[in-house]
Design a protein around this ligand. Sequence first.
Ligand code: EPZ
Length: 434
Amino acid sequence: MDKFVIRGGNPLLGTIRVSGAKNAALPAMAAALLTEEPVILENIPQVRDIETTRKLLAAMGAEVELGYGRAQHRTTICARNLTSPEASYELVKQMRASSLVLGPLVARCGRARVSLPGGCAIGARPIDLHIKGLERLGAKIKHEHGYIEAIADRLEGGEILFDRITVTGTEDLLMAATLAEGETVMQNCAREPEVADLADLLNKMGAQIEGAGTSTIRVKGVSKLHGVKHRIIPDRIEAATFIIAGAMTGGDLNVAGCDPAHLGALLEKLAEVGVKTRHTTESVRVMGDVPIEAADIVTEEYPGFPTDMQAQYMALATQAEGTSIITENIFENRFMHALEMVRMGANIKIEGRRAVVRGPSPLSAAAVLASDLRASASLVLAALVAEGESIIDRVYHIDRGYENIEEKLKGVGAQIRRIGEILPKRAAAPAARA
Ligand code: EPZ
């Protein structure tokens, strides 16, 4: 398994470019299942979850081209001949967002067999709300051998009220409703920009969706959707991660190709803690040459402070003057990065869903372990300011959602390199018998 070796102490200077949003690209690729015509998606990030989704769709019989040439970062998906509307445990256990194929498959093929996701590092993460919503649209659900089977000759529009806000739940049912008979009204929906981007794609494909990005979405079912070309929105979490990196390292970093309108909660919080930023419509410049004050955060659904930014904010809070209380409201086990930061010298106490961070603490380099995608990103941030050379193991977690992060950070002055698994030398093959 690859590791990162990072020597801390360099301020990040210059321009770092943001890739397309992983969490917009995944539902967009699943949406291609809704039509037999080719769907072309541009600005696709070159990350592991995209490759996993390619395998998932190809295993169903879809043709998936994925190109990362200079100008490309594009995928063309044609789901004309779907042979097996299934998502295997093998692939779902690698990426729980595979549940996003459930709605499209039932809507397009009349049936779907999707493995339940099983456990995840950051919490239970069930998909009961996805299933309940499909039943409201008339699907018959069977749960056996660790798989969900959903059957419906044709889904019927209906009323869905989510017990709690779910991003992929909203996306899954939004896709299912586009081909249902009649109108569907979904309430208590997720309002993330990725939901709005998916609705934008679906409407270009001929769907009739109103209200995406608000908590009530109306969908008038149509009989068919057609192919289209669509550009994925920039990754707001990657952008936010780099903005925090600029603030923590005392740099002057221009984060380009992002959408500041998606970063409201973070920019608000950075202003509160004294970090100076200036933004245009597609970039944020962060000037980190000021002392950082402590401030509390509570993670909430969008437009609140994103849970996917909690670990990165914790890294910043270790360098802030004073006590920051971080409350994680979305997932039940999303503080694993804290104990790794404590090993680097941070002063963090976990009390249930709250982490109490006292700063500033000078961090010293250490060998640390990445546990999930955003936790790994926060350990990179901590290592960028730690004194000495840190080693971060299991960086395959970070490769799931950050494209080429070591090259991008090196490009703005970070001392970071990737080392592959140092495999034991293979014993020399025994000499052939005379
Ligand atoms: C999406 O996951 C994101 N993934 C996550 O990003 C993100 O952390 C999360 O939304 C919250 O913003 C993608 O978009 C691919 P949820 P999702 O359904 O949809 C509970 C990353 O780092 N819940 O909004 O799976 C659930 O357990 C990833 O890129 C149910 O109880 O999250 C959680 O406590 C990590 N039943 C809460 O709702 C359900 O049926 C929010 O989960 C569904 C969810």
